[in-house]
Write a protein that binds this ligand. Structure first.
Ligand code: NAD
Length: 472
């Protein structure tokens, strides 16, 4: 696996970028030659009206794809999968790349790149989120699609894995511009979607409103089809409990995992990296259990307080368009790079991939990591964490709550029937707890950490479905 090589490359690039852009990909600034370059001329627009640089905690340059491939290969070897079978499972079934040309407020047409990757559909229709983020590219979407295949199999819901995205920063755009991008993207990919084919959902940079536009656009071509996307608003046949589902699932698996390190959830201290849908929901629910938020970061920066930060009030502030750092809590603003080093029981990454890497894993003071984000931990970091005795609940299990309630939403839509929120949350808890136990039992039996055990369980289920169908 190229983790070491790529992390070395990251260090070299950081050194090169010491003028302040270290640690993240360089972001075109307004006025840069090349900002908005190619608009209307077929060059993907990665700039999306950037205005100012945001502080970004450093991330490993090991890609999400390398991370997912590493874990697939480890599991495939342990399962003694024949190489020809592994080759089928390693590659995507279908990869679609489209241009998304949209006229923005500056009067010019900007061409964004849109992607939908369907990794494996042996166990059911493809399922996976759509991400709007400037770093989206085919490699990332491919990795996230594969992750969805294993995730839906681990929690044993009847779906395959897919992912989509557009390389745009929606926070820099007007709402009507985001709407235009969502609609244009749907127009380009609708042929490979549908309730029995592939069902998108929200991810980073998209939300229930974006899903409403996608459903409406799909409906113009196919008639009213609420089951074509999940994560929709309640007013449009969305499911109660969907918005908080990923964060709720994170907390449910945390409660199952806590006894493994003799921790009472009510006494826990926790840190959250990324305070969006997943991070804020998890923080609010953990606080309800009695746990204390002692540090939190979003793209604006990071804050910490050993006295605790009110997660409910902070979530309200962020919902009203605030950021973590412009909230007046009395908490101290810290360097975002130092968030990982805060002393706490549980660290919850809920931002982007690769944020826990070889360069910072050794600094972590937590006893447990519950991965809300996808691929937040590089394999080298994982090794360090294992050596240091940190219990890691991997993304493919920990953040599956969103897709589980998306499944419930789809089931409700297909029947045009609605369940109450209590019923949704209870059913979610059953699935998350059951999946945690299955993975934990396997990990104990085989004396491995949770991640390889989870991958093995997911891969085995997909192999069984694919071979029973006669696909492989
Ligand atoms: P979101 O867009 O609602 O929130 C992302 C958060 O991360 C924001 O607070 C943003 O400011 C913060 N962030 C961005 N860059 C950061 C940085 N460099 N440092 C610290 N914080 C940073 O996205 P979300 O839906 O909450 O998704 C978060 C993660 O969870 C992603 O990895 C996503 O793939 C994963 N996930 C989401 C869902 C879901 O249902 N939304 C399901 C499974 C997994």
């Amino acid at each position: 696996m190229g983790d070491e090589v790529t992390e070395e490359r990251a260090e070299a690039e950081e050194a090169e970028n010491e003028d302040g852009a270290a640690g993240g990909p360089s972001v075109p600034q307004e006025g840069d030659a090349g900002a908005h370059a190619g608009a209307g001329h077929g060059e993907p627009d990665k700039s999306a009206k950037q205005t100012e640089e945001e502080p970004t905690p450093s991330r490993a340059e090991v890609s999400n794809y390398e991370i997912v491939e590493h874990w697939f290969n480890v599991a495939a070897e342990r399962l003694e999968l024949p190489e020809d079978v592994a080759a089928v499972l390693r590659s995507s079934y279908r990869e679609v790349q489209v241009q998304v040309p949209v006229q923005l407020g500056d009067g010019k047409i900007h061409v964004f790149s849109g992607y939908r990757v369907q990794h494996n559909g042996a166990r059911g229709p493809y399922k996976g989120g759509i991400r709007f983020h400037p770093e989206v590219d085919l490699d990332e979407v491919r990795a996230l699609a594969e992750l969805m295949t294993w995730k839906t199999a681990i929690v044993n819901i009847p779906y395959g894995g897919a992912k989509g995205g557009v390389n745009v920063d929606p926070s820099k755009l007007e709402q009507r511009e985001v709407e235009a991008i969502a609609r244009s993207f749907m127009d380009k990919i609708e042929k490979v979607l549908g309730p029995q084919r592939d069902i998108p959902a929200p991810d980073v940079g998209t939300n229930a409103q974006v899903m409403a536009w996608l459903m409406d656009e799909y409906g113009k071509l196919h008639g009213h089809t609420p089951a074509c996307v999940t994560g929709k608003p309640i007013a449009l046949e969305g499911s109660y409990g969907r918005e908080a589902a990923t964060g709720r699932g994170v907390v449910q698996v945390f409660c199952e995992a806590a006894p493994e390190i003799d921790l009472d959830p009510a006494d826990a201290t926790f840190v959250i990296q990324g305070f969006g849908n997943v991070g804020a929901s998890a923080a609010r629910l953990l606080q309800e259990l009695g746990a204390k938020l002692v540090g939190v970061a979003d793209a604006s920066g990071a804050i910490a307080s050993s006295d605790g930060i009110d997660a409910e009030k902070l979530a309200e502030h962020v919902r009203d368009d605030g950021t973590v750092t412009d909230y007046d809590t009395g908490a101290e603003e810290i360097d975002p790079d130092d968030l990982v080093a805060l002393e706490c029981d549980v660290f919850i990454p809920a931002a982007l991939g690769g944020m826990i890497h070889e360069g910072n894993a050794d600094r972590m003071q937590c006893r447990m990591i519950v991965e809300g984000a996808n691929s937040p931990t590089t394999p080298n970091a994982d090794k360090v964490l294992n050596e240091n005795g940190v219990f890691v609940v991997p993304d493919v299990l920990a953040n599956a709550g969103g897709v589980v309630v998306s499944y419930f939403e789809w089931v409700q839509n297909l029947q045009h029937f609605r369940w109450g929120e209590g019923e949704v949350n209870e059913k979610l808890a059953d699935i998350m707890r059951g999946a945690f136990r299955e993975v934990a039992d396997r990990a104990h039996e085989n004396d491995t950490p949770m991640r390889p055990a989870a991958y093995e369980l997911g891969i085995q289920r997909v192999v069984e479905a694919a071979s029973t169908r006669g696909y492989i």
